[in-house]
Structure formats: C-alpha cells, structure tokens
Write a protein that binds this ligand. Structure first.
Ligand code: IVH
Length: 671
C-alpha cells in the first residue's frame, strides 16, 4: 500500500523540524524547544516510519537512536589513505619545520598557516554522496579502518544530510570527541548507577564509537568536529575558506581555528593555547599547524605516512624511562580488575613513581609490555601515572606475554568482561575486595531494602571480621552487633528484624541484590517473571536466558557463569541455607493472590510486622500505613483500634491474621 500524500508530507515536515532543532542545539549551542517537545517530534516520526516503512530515508533523524548489535565491524578502505601527522615538541623544532617549508617552496616571506587546536579524540571520515551521509569509518591503520556508520549516525552533531551546494562525493575528516562537560555529566550518571567511570574523554570516545551495539553509542553524548576533506571541493583554495564551506554545509568546525602569519604568530598562538588549555570545552594535546593555501599544500605533497604541509605541535607530557619489574592485577571495590605495572622507582617531573596503571586488557595487549622491559612512563598533570609503551627488553630475551587472569586474584571467583567495556570484573559478591560494596548494594532500596544497613556499618562488619562472606550477615547475633561502635541494643535488634524480614524477598529483589554485572532491577524483574524460582533460574541454559527481554548472548553467558561457578554458586547456596527461597512473579506461584490490592495491618500479629508486610508484597499487594478510601483490605489483630473503626465506617473488608494467611496460601498445610 502506498503512503498517502498527507502522511508523506507530515514525515517530511517532522524531519525538517528535527533537523532544524538539532542544528540549533549542536552547532549553535541554543534551543527553541524543550527536551520533551523534541522527544515528542522524534517519537511521532518514529511512529510514522514504523507504520509506513517506505518512509524511512537514509538521512532520517530516527537513525540516531541506534539499531540491533553487529557481530563485527566491516572494513572500510580509504583511498587516498587517512594520514597521520609528524610531531614537533618545541619552538625550535617548529622553526626547523618552517625553514624546510620556506626553502622547498622558495618563499621569501613566511607563509600563512591555519592554526587549529589539536582535539584529542578519535579520527573518523564521513563519506557524503549527493549530500547524504553514506558511510563513516575510523582511521584504522590509515588504509583500512572500521565501518562505524551506524554509530556515527547517532552523533547528533554529524549532519545526516548536508545543506547547500556540495560535490556529488565529499569525504569529510574530523575528530569524534567528548566535550568535557558531557564527559563529566556522563561519568556522574555512571557512578550513580554503580558503573565504573571512564578514565578520560579520549578513551571514552574511542570506546563509545567502537561499540557493536549502536544503541550504546546513541546513549553516549559524543560530538564531532570537522577539520578537513579528502579532496579540495571546487572553488575552495585555503583552509580558511574550507572551514567556511564546511560550516555552510552544516558541519561543526572548531571556532578556535585561526590564521597565523609566520612562526612568530604561531608561537604566540601556541603559548596562549597552552595557558587556556584547562578552560577549553574539550581536551587537546597540542595544536595542528597547516599551510593555509591549497596551492602550497599541493606543492609540498605528502610523505608515506603524513603530509608535508602540516605538523602537530604537541604539549610536552612529563615522561621518563624505567624498568618494568612485574605486572600485578588489582581488584577494586566494584570488582574491576586493573593491571598495574610495578616499576623500578623513577623520577617523573619531580615525583617518584613506582607503580603505573596499564588500564585494562586491551591497553595491555596493544602496548605489549612485559616484565623486564624498559618502558616509558608518563605523568600528565595530576593524572595517575601510566605506562606509555615498551622499548623492549635491554637484556635481549623478553618474558612471556602477560595473560589476563580468568579467575579473581583475590577470591578465585569468576571474572567476566562486560559487553560494553574494556574492563574485567570479579563477579563474586562475597569477594573480600568487593565485600563492603556488595553488602551495601544488598541492603539498598531496590534490592533487599534493609533499613539501617548503611556504608559505615557495612565497613565495620567487614573490618571487624564479623562478615567475611555474603551469607554471614544472617548469622549475626544481637551481642556481636551491639558491640560495634555507635550500635546500641535497640538498633541491633531492629537490624536483626530487618534481616529476618529480608529472607521473604522475591526473586526480583534477590537477583538485584546479588549484583551480577548487567543484572540491575529491570533485568532482574524480567528474569523473575520468566522463572518460577531461583532453582529454575540457576539451571537455565543460555538459550532460555536469551528468551528473556533485555538479555543478550553476553549477559546470558555472565548469568550462566554466575550460577555455574562453584565460588558464586556457593554464595547463593549459603543464602538459601539461611532461609531464602526467592520466587518468581510469573506463571505458577503462591503469591499474586493479592495482586493490585492495597492493604493495611493493625493490631498484634503473631509474626513481626515486617514479615507480614513482605508476605503481602510477595503476593502482589501494596502495603500502606493508614486506612483510606483506597484501602481494599485491613488485616486486624487483637487490640486493633481506630484503624479498624475507620475501615468498618468506610466499608473496607476486614480479616484476621489466619484469614490473611489463607488468602495468600500460606496457611499451615497449604504452603
Ligand atoms: S589534520 C592529513 N587537523 O590528530 C591530516 N588532525 O596526530 C591529518 N587531529 O589523526 C589530520 N585535530 O585525529 C588534523 N585540526 C586537526 C586535528 C587533527 C586533531 C588529530 C587527528 C589525526 C591526529 C594526528
């Protein structure tokens, strides 16, 4: 069925509107509508495209939300290759470079340069055909890069369609970066969600762009800045006019690019940039200086790896050479495994350094540093020192390549590598390195919701040796607890009650509490509605796990390993031993009988009030403290007073404890 004309026009109108607001926001840094209004436009367009797939165009803004994961990036060939730049590190080296230029070009006056802050991100090329973004790829080795088209499309500052007159084929080159404020904001949110923050904007940009699942990229606030084209567009004869051309086409260019005449002005601009570095909205590692004139660039030509018409003048990082003694793997409080180099102590810019981070397995493999090697160590500002690269082993024979451990070096528990991250993690919640965090998480609101189990107490429990394992929490007694600083008899008893109550938790909360990487409350809920109880889940194979919404192959593998590994399965078993019996929410279950009912307890009950509450909640009820028009059921024990009166007055159904237990199927002999 063909798309009706009015629908076609509406889609076109929405697309234009969205494009207009994108452009305002991402290239002019201002807005005319709220986020909510913007989302509404986007949703409307997605609905239309969903209903009429024919409407989907290659430049539709809806492509920005990402698509199903790929299994690998296809290669993309760059011809001419994407070049790199030669570096200089001082005024003297820069002047040498200028002298070569003036000599080779036979100039009597120094030329005009395009002076550009050197953005520290990831180089990409965007291929536009007839103004539509057709392909985007990373630089790779210069000749073959990775096709990251779907990911680049999610970057809001990349136009999916160019404006005005552009050549039939235009290859735009530029840098994918995180603006500092976007980076900080993203890290803040990650920490809030219990995720590891990214170490710096550059690694974060490269990690975010090289995601097989473009929906992950779409969730990261990346930016793009254009700094060149593979070929000069017709009529463009200088860098300055090229930037104007790119801007007219709707591409973001760096507003800090300037034109300098001769080395003296370049040196001045460089010193100024160095001073302003901290205040700039993005991270830079120096400046790129290019001949401004297209004709002069052509005359200088390119060497094999880099153009002769441009140079990168880099800020000097403080570096030193030393011997790498050993590689250790540290386990952080969130279970993250970080390889750390133990070094022969060396002075780097006035500070003695004996350890330096190797970040993660990818970095370690890329740098291929091995014990015994001579290595370059760098300190940049107050950043943790890092190993830059290996200079090989001065004694000849190199040690074996370092193998990343598959078992946690602290507890021997299983180690996994998360889908979207370079980091490895120990997933054993009882791992001593993670124990304090695990306990805190176990007691948190979305998990077992244990009142009084805060950070300080978790720390004391672990430090005092009272809790060395996740299930030890349930073997604590009032005397032990009351002996802890700032813990009275009353609060000790209260905590024990809370712990007791928590044993009635359903599968969703239990799973959330285990803190399996990737299993937050949402996934836990989906799993809890797909499996009747913890035993069924623990025995489920990867295929059945993958049938659950939100569970992909990698997460399914993680869950499988969690329940299959003796160390982590042991944690679960010990929790079941102390009385947990978490049930799912779907299919056959004892609960659900009070689904949707709002209930109130009053008077004396034979069990702790919290236990009654947990039972009611497990059966699907909402428990509140006072009787109102919304109350469906009052459970009244001996001594009930005003609540009972009010319930009767309002015509609310009243039952006693026995009847309540019967209703939820927990009456003796029944469940
Ligand atoms: S021009 C053929 N301009 O620096 C010219 N590069 O060290 C190639 N970079 O791979 C690059 N800002 O990722 C150019 N204004 C700028 C740049 C820039 C950052 C990066 C780019 C390149 C690397 C070379």
């Amino acid at each position: 069925m063909t798309v009706p004309e009015n629908v076609r026009r509406e889609a076109e109108r929405l697309r234009n509107l969205i494009r207009y607001h994108n452009r305002l926001y991402y290239t002019e840094d201002r807005t005319e509508i709220s986020d909510g209004e913007y989302d509404a436009l986007m949703r409307k367009l997605m609905e239309l495209e969903e209903r009429w797939p024919e409407l989907r165009t290659e430049d539709s803004p809806t492509l920005r939300v990402g698509a199903e994961p790929l299994s690998a990036f296809p290669p993309v060939i760059w011809d001419p290759p994407m070049l790199s730049l030669d570096n200089v590190f001082s005024e003297e080296e820069f002047r040498d470079w200028e002298n070569r230029i003036t000599r080779e070009l036979g100039l009597d006056a120094p030329p005009a340069y395009s002076f550009e802050p050197k953005l520290d991100g990831l180089a990409v090329a965007l291929v536009y055909r007839n103004g539509i973004l057709e392909r985007a790829g990373t630089r790779g080795d210069g000749r073959v890069g990775e096709d990251v088209t779907r990911n680049v499309r999610t970057i809001r500052s990349v136009p999916l369609r160019l404006e005005g007159e552009v050549p039939a084929k235009l290859v735009v080159r530029g840098e994918v970066i995180f603006r500092k404020k976007d980076f900080l904001e993203m890290n803040r949110k990650r920490v809030q969600r219990g995720l590891e923050p990214f170490s710096n904007p550059r690694n974060a940009a490269s990690g975010s762009l090289r995601q097989l699942d473009s929906r992950v990229t779409a969730s990261r606030p990346l930016s793009f800045v254009a700094y060149g084209t593979a070929e000069w567009p017709p009529g463009i004869d200088s860098m300055r006019s090229l930037f104007e051309f790119l801007e007219r086409a709707g591409l973001p260019v760096n507003p800090r690019n300037t034109v300098c005449f001769g080395a003296r002005q370049v040196v001045e601009a460089f010193r100024k940039l160095e001073k302003e570095r901290e205040e700039l909205p993005w991270e830079i590692d120096g400046a790129v200086v290019k001949l401004d004139s297209a004709e002069m660039q052509r005359a200088m030509g390119t060497a094999s790896r880099s153009p002769r018409w441009a140079v990168a003048w880099k800020f000097r990082a403080e570096e030193a050479v030393t011997r790498l003694l050993d590689i250790e793997v540290q386990v952080g409080r969130t279970g993250r495994l970080t390889p750390v180099a133990r070094l022969e102590p060396v002075n780097v810019g006035g500070v003695t350094v004996s350890r330096a981070t190797l970040h993660n397995e990818d970095e370690l493999l890329r740098k291929d540093v091995r014990p015994g090697d001579s290595v370059i160590v760098r300190r940049a500002g107050d950043v943790i020192p890092e190993v830059v690269r290996s200079l090989g082993n001065p004694d000849g024979e190199r040690a074996e390549r370092f193998r990343f451990p598959r078992k946690c070096p602290v507890c021997g528990g299983p180690v996994i590598r998360e889908e979207s991250e370079a980091a490895h993690r120990c997933i054993n919640p009882s791992c001593p390195a993670r124990l304090r965090e695990s306990i805190l998480h176990w007691g948190s609101r979305d998990a077992l919701n244990i009142d009084g189990l805060g950070g300080k107490l978790a720390e004391q429990l672990v430090d005092s040796g009272l809790v060395g394992d996740f299930a030890d929490l349930y073997h604590l007694n009032a005397e032990e607890l009351a002996g802890l600083p700032r813990m009275g008899k009353k609060s000790a008893e209260k905590l024990l009650e809370e712990l007791e109550r928590s044993k009635g938790a359903d599968l969703e909360r239990f799973l959330t509490g285990l803190g399996i990487p990737g299993v937050g409350r949402t996934v836990a809920r989906a799993l809890a509605s797909a499996f009747p109880d913890i035993h069924a889940l623990a025995e489920a194979d990867v295929e059945s796990l993958m049938r659950v919404e939100g569970v992909g192959p990698i997460l399914a593998g993680t869950i499988r390993r969690f329940f299959g590994d003796p160390v982590t399965a042991g944690v679960v078993r010990r929790l079941l031993d102390v009385g947990f019996d978490p049930k799912g929410s779907g299919g056959v279950r004892g609960g659900g009988r009070l689904e949707g009912l709002t209930i109130v307890f009053t008077g004396a009950l034979s069990m702790p009030r919290e236990r009654a509450r947990a039972l009611a909640e497990a059966a699907g009820a909402r428990v509140t403290g006072s009787v109102s028009g919304e109350t469906d059921l009052l459970v009244a024990g001996p001594g009930a007073g005003s609540k009972l009166k009010k319930a009767v007055a309002l015509g609310v159904k009243v039952v006693d404890e026995d009847e309540f237990l019967e209703m939820i199927g927990k009456k003796a002999g029944n469940g």
